[in-house]
Design a protein around this ligand. Structure first.
Ligand code: SF4
Ligand code: SF4
Length: 72
């Protein structure tokens, strides 16, 4: 899986990190958000649903090989 952040949209507000159950392990906010250490990710998509500007796309690998995208 991957988490894409649209850096043009991201304001660096930090809501994705705050709402994420593993935020301190996964998210880095340096003016813009960046998702690292995705081995801690539950794929709950809270980050994508809470981002106020819709900058986050969670792309999960499906069992049949197709990718499924989640965006707020
Ligand atoms: S919630 Fe959205 S706008 Fe705020 S830091 Fe995260 S990605 Fe950027
Ligand atoms: S999908 Fe859930 S666990 Fe993964 S980074 Fe987003 S909020 Fe955190």
């Amino acid at each position: 899986m991957i988490i894409e952040v649209d850096r043009d949209k991201c304001t660096g507000c930090g809501e994705c990190k705050d709402v994420c159950p593993k935020g301190p392990r996964i998210w880095k906010i340096n003016g813009k958000a960046e998702a690292n250490n995705l081995r801690y990710c539950h794929v709950c998509i809270l980050c994508a649903s809470k981002c106020p500007v819709g900058a986050i796309k969670v792309i999960r690998d499906e069992i049949n090989g197709e990718k499924k995208e989640f965006r707020a």
